[in-house]
Design a protein around this ligand. Sequence first.
Ligand code: F6P
Length: 329
Amino acid sequence: TKRIALITSGGDAPGMNAAIRAVTLQAEKFQYQVLGFVGGYNGLIENNFIELNRHRVDDIVRKGGTILKSARCKAMLSDVGPNSVVETLKVNKIDALIVIGGDGSFKGCQAISKLWQGNIIGIPGTIDNDINGTDQTIGFWTAVETALDSIDKIRDTANAFERIFIVEVMGRNCGFLAVESAIASGAEHIVCKEVIEDEVQFIDNLLVNINTAIKNHRTDSYIIVMAENSLNFSADALSKKIERYTGVDSKAAILGYIQRGGSPVASDRVLATQLGVAAVDAVRNNKSDIMVGMLNNRATETALCATSYNNTYNQEIIRRLNQLNFNLD
Ligand code: F6P
């Protein structure tokens, strides 16, 4: 039998519970024990865990958040954190560590890997979708749905008042959430790092485009979906700039943390279940320092060090946007 330590780490994402459930049930199949450490790496530092079994994970597949709680753990950035984690792993005779989280959480895995011989497996869980080695991360599609629902509602007011809206979505430094929710909502424009070569030029073009669209009455309202952190100024400052230039009422709406919560959509539950199973299978096969992901509908393994996402000129994002450029301006 093997003993698995499991944590959820970094920003919580809908579907993390489904992944916890899948890891637990797949582990039980092979009589492996799963210790769920509470509060991400903090639980591992403080040796704070609960034993997971089929009863503990009953009915969590549909719940948002994470029953294991999460954190961004500063101690993992120095030697102190990883050393304490390894001590806990040894005390509890752990064979494998499974981390459900994003890029930052995987950096923690790499630090532990230098000090510990056990198997380390990552499962990509973040609403940002900013991880290489998987087509989607757990939580992404639920966050898109949540953003979409809000943008649709904002469209009602935008139409009624013939206003311009800037809707800021999350994504950290990545535009996937913005792109998919913009496409799905029929937004008129998108702002994200991946498509900005020169910020001044980009904003100048945006202002001209909005003006033309409004002058030609191509649309009653104009919605710009903007990824957080994509400009050197805020969504509010952008709305003021646009208002000054066009003379049309412009408002900014920042969606914020609602995008992280809620019951996961079907595709996130299915993805989380597949990846939970794949992670335990990786443990069975004695794999280490890998992340399990889904590429073209197949479970795949990627070296943990290769999971970092680069937001400059992301060809996939540019391709998706070009395909759907309906030339409103
Ligand atoms: O990584 C998920 C995310 O929600 C990002 O989209 C956002 O930038 C960040 O986390 C917010 O982090 P925190 O919860 O630490 O404020």
